[in-house]
Write a protein that binds this ligand. Structure first.
Ligand code: 2M8
Length: 436
């Protein structure tokens, strides 16, 4: 049953964060004052339920920052703001010859959600002619983005693309990256953090971690964001199961949408080729038998990164494991993350000594990851567990508010909502869960 009051509060959060003049939604007032790539995808799903026009404007605003080579940046700086670091002056996207000429952006990307978001919009919005027309106008841009990934981010031509920065993963300070930081020794940069003026520093990455993040960007900038140079030189080169699962799910959505549109046989053929190769290699290379789940692969140092995170279970959303393997993955998830003393689903292995229940991507629960897990579990028929993920997500927001992340421990009695408040994707995906 739909909780109308909660739904109204969620719509209010989204509407307040929508910037009418530029047609996009900030993730969170003060903390994230620009347009973020995967945030916008999730936000558009929320709008689709009650304001399709805003959903379409959100996608158009994001695509307006696309580069000439199909690359889709992680932040589009439509506006100026001094509440966030690092801003457009630091990122210097214009160093790349094919960067947007009209908009400043970053030179890193984020999990490619747009393909499946377009399909979600098609499924949710009632006026099918109108939304299909919108999709027709924009789908090739998303296709070009996938083509860019397979051309420039897959040096072994194996169907798996790499990320070269932790900010590309979306799971920024996950303990997954700790061993990579140990291979680097960046200078102590001088910079002024802004995030810690909005959020308690204990819930955010450390200054030293920011040195690593900035250093990776400096290397890319030194080579004008040239993909080949980055692949050769970046100490951070990772095949991320979450990122690749998003790409695979989006490939599948593009195939379905091109079939609806018609006259797209060549693109469908290419998408199917990418897809078959990607799914096969994903299962070969990113599954860890010992842990019973998918893991990250460190392409620079040629080894699996043997840790469990919520990303380990997201291949379910893209239909990547066989049913037998899915049983193993779900058992791992429940054994390690799903004890009676915990809400689902912590972002990092709660048994690990790297787990931190309050710190950003080192342990807390995130609503967007929960939404992916809910959908994935449901699609394989794990109804009870998927419902538990859904109910836990709704409960957090109902009890604490529209926070950015939440504490997985059940014995926490104080406020278990952390990071930014009135957070857009928490609101948007709650709207989708309540309408489900
Ligand atoms: C967080 O990342 C940004 C950098 O992109 C930051 O901390 O400054 C992450 O949670 C990321 O996944 C998210 O897209 C972004 C905006 O919500 O915030």
């Amino acid at each position: 049953m739909i909780n109308n009051n909660l739904l109204e509060r969620a719509m209010k959060v989204l509407n307040n964060n929508f910037k009418e003049d530029k047609g996009f939604t900030i993730p969170c007032e003060g903390l994230y004052p620009f347009q973020w790539n995967w945030d916008s995808g999730f936000i558009a799903i929320g709008f689709a339920h009650y304001d399709p026009n805003k959903a379409k404007r959100e996608i158009e605003a994001l695509l307006s920052g696309q580069w000439g080579n199909g690359f889709l940046p992680h932040i589009i700086f439509h506006n100026d703001s001094d509440t966030y670091f690092p801003g457009p002056e630091f990122h210097q996207s214009k160093l790349h010859p094919l960067a947007s000429k009209t908009l400043r952006t970053t030179g890193i990307t984020q999990p490619p959600v747009l393909g499946f978001v377009l399909k979600e919009l098609y499924d949710i919005i009632d006026d099918k002619d109108d939304i299909l027309n919108f999709i027709k106008q924009n789908i090739d841009k998303v296709y070009n983005n996938h083509e860019h990934f397979y051309t420039h981010r897959d040096p072994n031509k194996e169907g798996l693309v790499y990320i070269y920065h932790n900010w590309e993963s979306g799971t920024d300070n996950s303990p997954i990256w700790d061993d990579i930081w140990d291979t680097m020794n960046p200078p102590n940069y001088t910079f002024e953090r802004r995030d810690t003026t909005h959020v308690d520093a204990s819930q955010r990455p450390s200054n030293r971690e920011y040195d690593y993040y900035l250093h990776l960007l400096e290397i890319a900038k030194e080579h004008n964001y040239d993909d080949a140079k980055i692949a050769e030189l970046s100490p951070f080169l990772v095949q991320d199961p979450l990122f690749n699962a998003m790409l695979i799910k989006s490939n599948a959505a593009l195939i379905e949408l091109y079939e609806l549109i018609g006259n797209s046989e060549d693109k469908i053929k290419t998408l199917n080729l990418w897809q078959t190769k990607a799914i096969t290699r994903f299962n070969e290379k990113l599954f860890n038998e010992k842990l019973g789940a998918y893991v990250h692969y460190d392409l620079r140092n040629e080894k699996q990164i043997e840790f469990l995170s919520s990303s380990s279970f997201t291949p379910l959303y893209a239909g990547i494991p066989s049913k037998e393997r899915a049983d193993v993955v779900v058992k791992t998830m429940m054994d390690k993350f799903g004890g009676d003393d915990r809400y689902l689903c912590a972002s990092f292995d709660p048994d690990s000594d790297r787990f931190n229940p309050k710190k950003y991507w080192r342990g807390p629960i995130w609503i967007n990851l929960n939404w992916l897990l809910y959908r994935g579990l449901k699609s394989y028929g794990y109804t009870d567990i998927s419902n538990r993920v859904k109910e836990d997500s709704i409960r957090f927001i109902e009890k604490y508010g529209f926070f950015e992340y939440f504490d997985s421990r059940k014995d926490i009695i104080e406020n278990a909502g952390y990071g930014g408040n009135n957070f857009s994707w928490s609101a948007a995906l709650l709207i989708d869960l309540l309408n489900d």
